[in-house]
Design a protein around this ligand. Sequence first.
Ligand code: PLP
Ligand code: COI
Length: 336
Amino acid sequence: MEKKNIDWSSLGFGYVKTDLRYVSNYKDGAWDDGCLTEDATVTISECACVLQYAQTCFEGLKAYTTEDGHIVCFRPDLNAQRMANSARRLKMPAFPEDRFVQAVVETVRANAQWVPPFGSGATMYVRPYMFGSDAIIGVKPATEYQFRVFVTPVGPYFKGGVKPLTVRISDLDRAAPKGTGHVKAGLNYAMSLYNIVDAHEQGYDENVYVDSATRTHIEETGGANIIFVSGNTLVTPKSDTILPSITRRSLLQVAKDYLGMEVEERPVALSEIGEFTECGLCGTAAVISPVGTIVDHGKEIHYAGMGPTIQKLYDTLTGIQMGRLPAPEGWITVIA
Ligand code: PLP
Ligand code: COI
């Protein structure tokens, strides 16, 4: 199979229209059979619940070309599960988890020419999402929904590749106790846009959110969870109001089982972050992006950037994802 003629290494994290995407519609209490389509546009009512009341959630995962030429994706079952949770929180009908995985596999396979080659520095980002599609004007859930999956080849999420990030402790909040911070609702991202534009204007790469109830503990950034390193220990914030990152959950296991590290998932106080030696942002898009500096209202806390432990975690995780290292049972789904 011939790959598309693209300069893969110069790709940023952007949308490139590929050949086929998956669509399934929910009506009268049931999802239809779904199919692949060439049509990259969505036509819905001007009064669709997603347009009026932001009834939408999404997922993000990646597909990779392995060294021996297979196409694989990483733990799609966990994305299926998380999307079902998001849907329930937003009063949407969950798309069946086995069908979610099948839709991801079919969409990636149908766009195999767009999966960046092994070693190119790029990967294929897979974006499943769903939304309330029928006309709703009183505040209530839609009765009709659309579930879609598209794919797009991507490069690094943060401009500048592996350059250590400078992030700031945010004064604005992303999630409230008992709110929606733990699900991947579009509304969590809509309300972060003001803050990310402001962060960029002030010279920061991302916002680090703290818990909105006490403003004393680290939560996560706008698009990734946070990891810290102290000696041989990987520490990551535990909170009910952050997104349960699949990358972070995988890294905890990688640190323990592949690298013999201690792992701690616990509340991380803002007052202790100066004690860590390394810090990184982790997620599907971010992979592991090293943090060089956290700025807390004028006070700068410096980290090693791509320090030895973050490097080892990065190499091991991406090694598993790209087939260079054996994966734990069930982590890799072979697509082609
Ligand atoms: N936190 C937020 C707010 C995110 O948007 C993401 C991206 O999905 C993550 C964390 C990382 O999650 P995952 O590792 O499952 O991609
Ligand atoms: C992902 O990592 O999949 C995300 O959804 C994060 C987003 C900021 C691109």
